[in-house]
Write a protein that binds this ligand. Structure first.
Ligand code: SF4
Length: 293
């Protein structure tokens, strides 16, 4: 089976490789500080689901450091300013606008990519995104994880599916590319629940721009790790995950770009699934399975 990966899409659109620079906006998360909830999503580690973001130091310094890090493996000239950790539309709109403007004013930054929660995109943030999007393309990544509100409660996500749907519409009305995050293997979910999440995304109108699909990772010092220790649940093997992933990919519209097919959690915190630690093997196996599907 043939899928459109993000690297293929970027190469097609920009004529060369484009790399993500993981940056920090200095935002925190309202699902941790009590504004929307306490304790955060049960799988989320202290790093806020983005262990590779730099510390919130000066943006130009962060960009320089991030470029230095990836210069060992590439001589890329075009980059995506990727604000991954925590909730990057949760903060003072003026400060954030200034920060994101600074990012996109750099010639080598061709896309602004902002990870956030759908309940943190009020009118002020939507206006900001619209303005930024008129200068350079803006992607917004929304951590949905599941379309099942019972699971959403169980993982302490802190908002119902209707909020995701409403925000999706609002973002598409201002022409922002939306990338949804999905986790396969959440506790209590059946295969049908997981496929239903992907079906929900596949039925969005207009068509979803991109998706990141992850295997659930149990990381040390999380509520999920505690839950797993007290009441272990079944973890998919790599082959089981691959088979389910292919079913998900078959449901999606062929215009939805696949941004990720596996998690990127820190190895030193990983409890399960152990096979996630060997990312190269995971990707090789998944790519082989997809090719043969
Ligand atoms: S996953 Fe995102 S929304 Fe959930 S607690 Fe972590 S940073 Fe907050």
């Amino acid at each position: 089976m043939k899928i459109m990966t993000v690297s293929e899409m970027l190469k097609k659109n920009y004529g060369e490789k484009v790399y993500r620079l993981s940056l920090s906006s200095g935002c925190t998360c309202p699902n941790r500080d009590g504004t929307k909830g306490f304790g955060g999503c049960i799988f989320c580690s202290e790093g806020g689901s983005g262990e590779f973001g730099s510390e919130p130091i000066d943006l130009d310094l962060q960009i320089m450091e991030a470029k230095k890090l990836i210069s060992k493996k590439t001589d890329a000239k075009k980059f995506i300013a990727y604000f991954q950790s925590y909730t990057n539309t949760y903060g003072d709109p003026h400060r954030l606008k200034e920060l994101y403007m600074r990012a996109i004013s750099r010639e080598e930054i061709v896309i602004l990519d902002i990870g956030t929660r759908p309940d943190c995109l009020g009118d002020d943030m939507l206006d900001m995104l619209k303005e930024l999007n008129s200068i350079k393309p803006v992607w917004v990544e929304l951590g949905l994880q599941t379309a099942n509100d019972i699971t959403a409660g169980r993982i302490n996500r802190g908002y119902p599916l209707s909020v995701f749907d409403r925000t999706y519409k609002a973002l598409k009305e201002i022409d922002i590319d939306v990338i949804a995050h999905v986790i396969l293997g959440l506790p209590g979910e059946t295969k049908e629940d997981m496929l239903n999440t992907v079906r929900h995304l596949a039925n969005l109108d207009p068509v979803l721009d991109g998706i990141k699909i992850h295997m659930l990772q149990i990381l040390k010092n999380t509520a999920l790790a505690k839950e797993y220790k007290e009441d272990p649940f079944e973890i998919m093997t790599l082959e089981e995950y691959g088979t389910l992933l292919i079913e998900c990919l078959k449901i999606l519209d062929h215009n939805t770009v696949i941004h990720r097919m596996t998690g990127d959690g820190p190895k030193n915190l990983l409890i399960e699934p152990k096979w996630c630690a060997d990312k190269k093997n995971v990707l090789n196996t998944l790519n082989r399975m997809i090719l043969m599907a």
